[in-house]
Design a protein around this ligand. Structure first.
Ligand code: M6R
Length: 360
Protein backbone atom coordinates (compact mmCIF):
# COMPACT_ATOMS: atom_id res chain seq x y z
CA UNK A 1 0.00 0.00 0.00
CA UNK A 2 2.93 2.31 0.55
CA UNK A 3 3.86 1.88 -3.08
CA UNK A 4 7.50 1.19 -2.32
CA UNK A 5 7.90 4.21 -0.03
CA UNK A 6 9.11 3.75 3.52
CA UNK A 7 6.21 5.71 4.98
CA UNK A 8 2.78 6.88 3.91
CA UNK A 9 3.88 10.44 4.58
CA UNK A 10 6.63 10.20 1.99
CA UNK A 11 4.30 8.55 -0.50
CA UNK A 12 1.73 11.29 0.04
CA UNK A 13 4.32 14.05 -0.40
CA UNK A 14 5.32 12.49 -3.71
CA UNK A 15 1.68 12.24 -4.78
CA UNK A 16 1.35 16.01 -4.83
CA UNK A 17 1.98 16.49 -8.58
CA UNK A 18 -0.90 14.10 -9.26
CA UNK A 19 -3.06 15.80 -6.64
CA UNK A 20 -2.65 19.22 -8.29
CA UNK A 21 -3.43 17.72 -11.70
CA UNK A 22 -6.57 16.01 -10.34
CA UNK A 23 -7.78 19.19 -8.65
CA UNK A 24 -7.42 21.10 -11.91
CA UNK A 25 -9.03 18.44 -14.09
CA UNK A 26 -12.25 19.76 -15.61
CA UNK A 27 -11.96 23.06 -13.75
CA UNK A 28 -10.02 25.09 -16.29
CA UNK A 29 -11.52 26.31 -19.53
CA UNK A 30 -8.51 26.12 -21.84
CA UNK A 31 -10.07 28.12 -24.67
CA UNK A 32 -11.02 31.11 -22.59
CA UNK A 33 -8.36 30.81 -19.90
CA UNK A 34 -11.00 30.88 -17.21
CA UNK A 35 -11.85 28.83 -14.16
CA UNK A 36 -15.07 26.80 -14.13
CA UNK A 37 -15.98 25.95 -10.58
CA UNK A 38 -19.36 24.27 -10.95
CA UNK A 39 -19.64 23.87 -7.20
CA UNK A 40 -19.98 27.63 -6.74
CA UNK A 41 -22.09 28.31 -9.83
CA UNK A 42 -25.10 30.53 -9.17
CA UNK A 43 -23.93 31.46 -5.70
CA UNK A 44 -23.57 35.21 -5.12
CA UNK A 45 -20.03 36.36 -4.37
CA UNK A 46 -19.93 36.70 -0.57
CA UNK A 47 -19.70 40.21 0.83
CA UNK A 48 -17.39 38.91 3.53
CA UNK A 49 -15.87 35.48 3.90
CA UNK A 50 -15.15 33.79 7.22
CA UNK A 51 -12.76 30.87 6.95
CA UNK A 52 -12.81 28.36 9.80
CA UNK A 53 -10.55 25.35 10.25
CA UNK A 54 -8.01 23.63 12.50
CA UNK A 55 -4.34 22.70 12.19
CA UNK A 56 -2.96 22.44 8.68
CA UNK A 57 -6.34 23.29 7.17
CA UNK A 58 -6.26 26.54 9.15
CA UNK A 59 -2.86 27.37 7.64
CA UNK A 60 -4.27 26.72 4.17
CA UNK A 61 -7.07 29.17 5.01
CA UNK A 62 -4.59 31.85 6.08
CA UNK A 63 -2.82 31.44 2.76
CA UNK A 64 -6.10 31.61 0.83
CA UNK A 65 -7.02 34.88 2.55
CA UNK A 66 -4.34 36.72 0.56
CA UNK A 67 -5.78 35.46 -2.72
CA UNK A 68 -9.41 36.24 -1.89
CA UNK A 69 -8.44 39.75 -0.86
CA UNK A 70 -6.10 40.42 -3.77
CA UNK A 71 -8.07 38.97 -6.62
CA UNK A 72 -11.71 39.06 -5.51
CA UNK A 73 -11.48 42.01 -3.09
CA UNK A 74 -13.49 40.08 -0.51
CA UNK A 75 -12.82 40.98 3.13
CA UNK A 76 -11.72 37.77 4.80
CA UNK A 77 -11.28 36.60 8.36
CA UNK A 78 -9.60 33.30 9.12
CA UNK A 79 -10.09 31.73 12.49
CA UNK A 80 -9.31 28.59 14.42
CA UNK A 81 -12.59 26.70 14.73
CA UNK A 82 -12.21 25.97 18.44
CA UNK A 83 -11.99 29.72 19.12
CA UNK A 84 -14.69 30.89 16.74
CA UNK A 85 -17.35 28.59 18.14
CA UNK A 86 -17.17 30.14 21.59
CA UNK A 87 -17.27 33.77 20.50
CA UNK A 88 -20.36 35.89 20.23
CA UNK A 89 -19.81 36.26 16.51
CA UNK A 90 -21.36 38.86 14.23
CA UNK A 91 -22.33 37.53 10.82
CA UNK A 92 -24.52 38.95 8.05
CA UNK A 93 -26.75 37.04 5.71
CA UNK A 94 -24.70 38.06 2.68
CA UNK A 95 -21.52 36.76 4.29
CA UNK A 96 -20.40 33.20 3.66
CA UNK A 97 -18.47 30.76 5.78
CA UNK A 98 -15.84 28.45 4.34
CA UNK A 99 -15.03 25.41 6.46
CA UNK A 100 -11.80 23.69 5.46
CA UNK A 101 -11.36 20.13 6.66
CA UNK A 102 -9.51 17.22 5.10
CA UNK A 103 -11.42 14.62 7.09
CA UNK A 104 -14.70 16.50 7.20
CA UNK A 105 -15.11 15.16 10.74
CA UNK A 106 -13.13 17.57 12.93
CA UNK A 107 -15.42 18.23 15.91
CA UNK A 108 -14.76 21.95 16.32
CA UNK A 109 -15.07 22.64 12.59
CA UNK A 110 -18.32 20.70 12.44
CA UNK A 111 -19.66 22.60 15.47
CA UNK A 112 -18.83 25.90 13.70
CA UNK A 113 -20.71 24.73 10.64
CA UNK A 114 -23.80 23.95 12.71
CA UNK A 115 -23.55 27.26 14.55
CA UNK A 116 -23.32 29.42 11.44
CA UNK A 117 -26.04 27.47 9.64
CA UNK A 118 -28.37 28.14 12.55
CA UNK A 119 -27.67 31.85 11.95
CA UNK A 120 -28.78 31.56 8.31
CA UNK A 121 -25.34 32.09 6.79
CA UNK A 122 -24.40 29.96 3.76
CA UNK A 123 -21.63 27.44 4.34
CA UNK A 124 -19.16 26.09 1.82
CA UNK A 125 -17.26 22.96 2.85
CA UNK A 126 -13.80 22.36 1.41
CA UNK A 127 -13.34 18.69 2.21
CA UNK A 128 -11.37 15.70 1.08
CA UNK A 129 -13.42 12.82 2.42
CA UNK A 130 -16.50 12.29 0.29
CA UNK A 131 -19.71 12.01 2.27
CA UNK A 132 -18.09 13.17 5.53
CA UNK A 133 -20.19 15.08 8.07
CA UNK A 134 -18.95 18.52 7.01
CA UNK A 135 -19.43 17.66 3.34
CA UNK A 136 -22.97 16.45 3.99
CA UNK A 137 -24.06 19.38 6.12
CA UNK A 138 -22.56 22.20 4.05
CA UNK A 139 -24.74 24.12 1.59
CA UNK A 140 -22.06 23.73 -1.07
CA UNK A 141 -19.16 21.29 -1.12
CA UNK A 142 -15.92 21.64 -2.98
CA UNK A 143 -14.04 18.35 -2.90
CA UNK A 144 -10.26 18.43 -2.88
CA UNK A 145 -9.90 15.04 -4.59
CA UNK A 146 -6.56 14.26 -2.95
CA UNK A 147 -7.42 10.61 -2.31
CA UNK A 148 -7.09 8.97 1.12
CA UNK A 149 -4.50 10.57 3.36
CA UNK A 150 -3.19 7.95 5.78
CA UNK A 151 -0.30 9.69 7.48
CA UNK A 152 -1.38 11.67 10.54
CA UNK A 153 0.73 14.58 9.32
CA UNK A 154 -1.26 16.25 6.61
CA UNK A 155 0.67 16.89 3.39
CA UNK A 156 -1.07 16.27 0.10
CA UNK A 157 -4.37 17.45 1.60
CA UNK A 158 -2.88 20.90 2.14
CA UNK A 159 -1.56 20.94 -1.40
CA UNK A 160 -5.04 20.15 -2.67
CA UNK A 161 -6.58 22.81 -0.43
CA UNK A 162 -4.18 25.42 -1.80
CA UNK A 163 -5.13 24.41 -5.34
CA UNK A 164 -8.85 24.72 -4.66
CA UNK A 165 -8.46 27.97 -2.75
CA UNK A 166 -6.61 29.36 -5.77
CA UNK A 167 -9.43 28.27 -8.05
CA UNK A 168 -12.07 29.75 -5.74
CA UNK A 169 -10.26 33.09 -5.58
CA UNK A 170 -9.90 33.09 -9.37
CA UNK A 171 -13.58 32.20 -9.73
CA UNK A 172 -14.80 35.02 -7.50
CA UNK A 173 -12.28 37.42 -9.04
CA UNK A 174 -13.70 36.57 -12.47
CA UNK A 175 -17.28 36.97 -11.22
CA UNK A 176 -16.63 40.38 -9.69
CA UNK A 177 -14.35 41.57 -12.47
CA UNK A 178 -11.72 42.56 -9.91
CA UNK A 179 -9.01 40.24 -11.20
CA UNK A 180 -6.79 41.62 -13.97
CA UNK A 181 -7.00 39.48 -17.08
CA UNK A 182 -3.22 39.29 -17.35
CA UNK A 183 -2.98 37.95 -13.78
CA UNK A 184 -5.73 35.41 -14.40
CA UNK A 185 -4.03 34.09 -17.52
CA UNK A 186 -0.61 34.01 -15.87
CA UNK A 187 -2.00 32.20 -12.84
CA UNK A 188 -3.86 29.59 -14.90
CA UNK A 189 -0.77 28.98 -16.98
CA UNK A 190 1.36 28.58 -13.84
CA UNK A 191 -1.20 26.18 -12.36
CA UNK A 192 -1.08 24.06 -15.48
CA UNK A 193 2.68 23.77 -15.28
CA UNK A 194 2.76 22.88 -11.59
CA UNK A 195 2.35 19.08 -11.77
CA UNK A 196 5.31 18.63 -14.12
CA UNK A 197 7.43 21.14 -12.21
CA UNK A 198 6.75 19.37 -8.91
CA UNK A 199 7.45 15.99 -10.45
CA UNK A 200 10.80 17.20 -11.75
CA UNK A 201 11.96 18.78 -8.50
CA UNK A 202 10.67 16.53 -5.71
CA UNK A 203 13.57 14.04 -5.82
CA UNK A 204 16.23 16.77 -5.54
CA UNK A 205 14.22 18.48 -2.81
CA UNK A 206 14.23 15.26 -0.86
CA UNK A 207 18.01 15.04 -1.17
CA UNK A 208 18.45 18.59 0.08
CA UNK A 209 16.02 17.97 2.93
CA UNK A 210 17.96 14.85 3.91
CA UNK A 211 21.26 16.71 3.91
CA UNK A 212 19.93 19.57 6.05
CA UNK A 213 18.09 17.25 8.43
CA UNK A 214 21.40 15.58 9.33
CA UNK A 215 22.90 18.96 10.22
CA UNK A 216 20.06 20.08 12.43
CA UNK A 217 18.51 16.93 13.89
CA UNK A 218 20.03 17.71 17.28
CA UNK A 219 18.44 21.17 17.49
CA UNK A 220 16.19 21.54 20.50
CA UNK A 221 14.17 24.29 18.93
CA UNK A 222 13.54 25.82 15.52
CA UNK A 223 12.08 29.10 14.40
CA UNK A 224 10.18 29.27 11.11
CA UNK A 225 9.81 32.74 9.61
CA UNK A 226 7.86 34.13 6.69
CA UNK A 227 5.91 37.19 5.68
CA UNK A 228 2.81 37.85 3.58
CA UNK A 229 1.60 34.73 1.83
CA UNK A 230 4.68 32.89 3.12
CA UNK A 231 3.73 33.51 6.74
CA UNK A 232 1.13 30.68 6.81
CA UNK A 233 3.79 28.40 5.31
CA UNK A 234 6.12 29.24 8.17
CA UNK A 235 3.38 28.19 10.59
CA UNK A 236 2.89 24.98 8.63
CA UNK A 237 6.63 24.20 8.51
CA UNK A 238 6.79 24.51 12.28
CA UNK A 239 3.69 22.37 12.80
CA UNK A 240 5.05 19.60 10.56
CA UNK A 241 8.41 19.54 12.31
CA UNK A 242 7.00 19.49 15.82
CA UNK A 243 4.30 16.93 15.22
CA UNK A 244 6.51 14.23 13.75
CA UNK A 245 10.04 14.91 15.04
CA UNK A 246 9.04 16.30 18.47
CA UNK A 247 11.53 19.13 18.03
CA UNK A 248 10.01 22.29 19.40
CA UNK A 249 9.29 24.68 16.55
CA UNK A 250 7.61 28.03 16.39
CA UNK A 251 6.20 29.60 13.26
CA UNK A 252 6.25 33.37 13.28
CA UNK A 253 5.58 36.37 11.09
CA UNK A 254 9.12 37.59 10.44
CA UNK A 255 8.12 41.20 11.15
CA UNK A 256 7.13 40.23 14.69
CA UNK A 257 10.65 39.13 15.59
CA UNK A 258 11.55 42.42 17.19
CA UNK A 259 8.54 42.19 19.44
CA UNK A 260 9.86 39.32 21.48
CA UNK A 261 11.16 36.18 19.77
CA UNK A 262 14.47 37.70 18.76
CA UNK A 263 15.47 37.41 22.42
CA UNK A 264 15.71 33.64 21.87
CA UNK A 265 18.22 33.77 19.02
CA UNK A 266 21.64 32.27 19.69
CA UNK A 267 23.95 29.90 17.76
CA UNK A 268 21.96 26.89 18.98
CA UNK A 269 18.56 28.15 17.87
CA UNK A 270 18.33 27.77 14.08
CA UNK A 271 15.92 29.63 11.87
CA UNK A 272 14.16 28.23 8.82
CA UNK A 273 13.11 31.15 6.65
CA UNK A 274 10.93 31.59 3.61
CA UNK A 275 12.64 34.22 1.49
CA UNK A 276 11.05 33.81 -1.92
CA UNK A 277 11.19 36.32 -4.73
CA UNK A 278 8.20 38.49 -3.87
CA UNK A 279 7.46 42.07 -2.87
CA UNK A 280 8.33 41.40 0.76
CA UNK A 281 11.75 39.85 0.06
CA UNK A 282 13.67 43.01 1.13
CA UNK A 283 11.78 43.02 4.43
CA UNK A 284 12.46 39.34 5.06
CA UNK A 285 16.10 39.86 4.19
CA UNK A 286 16.41 42.60 6.76
CA UNK A 287 14.67 40.44 9.39
CA UNK A 288 17.18 37.69 8.65
CA UNK A 289 20.09 40.11 9.04
CA UNK A 290 18.82 40.74 12.54
CA UNK A 291 18.93 37.00 13.21
CA UNK A 292 22.48 36.85 11.85
CA UNK A 293 23.55 39.78 14.02
CA UNK A 294 22.71 37.50 16.99
CA UNK A 295 24.70 34.60 15.49
CA UNK A 296 21.64 32.60 14.56
CA UNK A 297 22.08 30.06 11.76
CA UNK A 298 19.65 30.18 8.86
CA UNK A 299 18.21 27.80 6.31
CA UNK A 300 16.33 29.85 3.73
CA UNK A 301 14.03 28.69 0.97
CA UNK A 302 14.67 31.12 -1.80
CA UNK A 303 14.87 31.50 -5.58
CA UNK A 304 17.74 31.63 -8.00
CA UNK A 305 19.50 34.98 -8.21
CA UNK A 306 18.17 36.46 -4.97
CA UNK A 307 20.64 38.58 -3.07
CA UNK A 308 20.70 36.64 0.20
CA UNK A 309 23.68 35.47 2.23
CA UNK A 310 22.75 32.73 4.70
CA UNK A 311 24.43 29.47 5.82
CA UNK A 312 22.06 27.28 3.87
CA UNK A 313 20.25 28.82 0.92
CA UNK A 314 17.80 26.28 -0.46
CA UNK A 315 16.98 27.25 -4.03
CA UNK A 316 13.56 26.21 -5.27
CA UNK A 317 12.06 26.97 -8.69
CA UNK A 318 10.42 30.34 -9.15
CA UNK A 319 6.69 30.11 -9.73
CA UNK A 320 4.31 32.92 -10.60
CA UNK A 321 2.96 35.06 -7.73
CA UNK A 322 1.67 33.34 -4.61
CA UNK A 323 1.94 29.95 -6.30
CA UNK A 324 5.53 29.80 -5.04
CA UNK A 325 3.82 28.14 -2.06
CA UNK A 326 3.44 24.95 -4.10
CA UNK A 327 7.22 24.60 -4.21
CA UNK A 328 7.93 25.76 -0.66
CA UNK A 329 5.36 23.43 0.90
CA UNK A 330 6.97 20.10 -0.12
CA UNK A 331 10.36 21.42 0.94
CA UNK A 332 9.00 22.09 4.43
CA UNK A 333 7.25 18.73 4.52
CA UNK A 334 10.37 16.87 3.40
CA UNK A 335 12.56 18.64 5.93
CA UNK A 336 10.23 17.54 8.73
CA UNK A 337 9.98 14.05 7.26
CA UNK A 338 13.72 13.51 6.89
CA UNK A 339 14.39 14.88 10.38
CA UNK A 340 11.79 12.63 12.00
CA UNK A 341 12.93 9.58 10.07
CA UNK A 342 16.59 10.23 10.92
CA UNK A 343 15.62 10.50 14.59
CA UNK A 344 13.81 7.17 14.34
CA UNK A 345 10.36 8.56 15.15
CA UNK A 346 7.10 6.93 14.20
CA UNK A 347 6.55 9.17 11.20
CA UNK A 348 3.08 8.06 10.17
CA UNK A 349 1.65 7.67 13.63
CA UNK A 350 3.20 10.28 15.92
CA UNK A 351 2.54 9.95 19.63
CA UNK A 352 -0.55 11.56 21.14
CA UNK A 353 -2.13 12.33 17.77
CA UNK A 354 -5.12 11.02 15.84
CA UNK A 355 -5.77 11.49 12.14
CA UNK A 356 -9.10 13.03 12.72
CA UNK A 357 -9.97 14.90 15.88
CA UNK A 358 -13.59 14.02 16.51
CA UNK A 359 -13.70 15.20 20.11
CA UNK A 360 -13.24 18.79 21.14
O1 M6R B 1 -9.32 16.90 8.95
P1 M6R B 1 -8.99 18.32 9.24
O2 M6R B 1 -8.40 19.03 8.07
O3 M6R B 1 -10.17 19.07 9.80
O4 M6R B 1 -7.88 18.25 10.35
C1 M6R B 1 -7.38 19.39 10.95
C2 M6R B 1 -6.20 19.07 11.80
O5 M6R B 1 -6.53 18.15 12.81
C3 M6R B 1 -5.03 18.50 10.99
O6 M6R B 1 -4.68 19.34 9.94
C4 M6R B 1 -3.79 18.31 11.90
O7 M6R B 1 -3.33 19.55 12.34
C5 M6R B 1 -2.71 17.53 11.18
N1 M6R B 1 -2.19 16.50 12.03
C6 M6R B 1 -1.56 18.39 10.75
O8 M6R B 1 -0.57 17.68 10.09
Amino acid sequence: QKGGYKHFMLKEIFEQPRVVADCLAGRLDATHQRVCLEELAGMPVPKRLHVLACGTSYHAGLWGMHLFEDWARIPVSVEIASEFRYRNVLLDEDDAVLIISQSGETADSLACLQLVKSMGVPVIGLCNVVGSSIARESDRVVYTQAGPEISVASTKAMCSQLTLLTLMALHWGQEKGTLREADRIACIEALRQLPALLDDHLPAMREKARELSRLYADARSFLFLGRGHCCPLALEGALKLKEISYIHAEGYAAGEMKHGPIALIDPHFPTFALALDDALFPKVKSNLQEVQARNGEIIALTNEGMDLQVEHPWIIPRVWGPLGAFMALPALQLFAYETADYLGKDVDQPRNLAKSVTVE
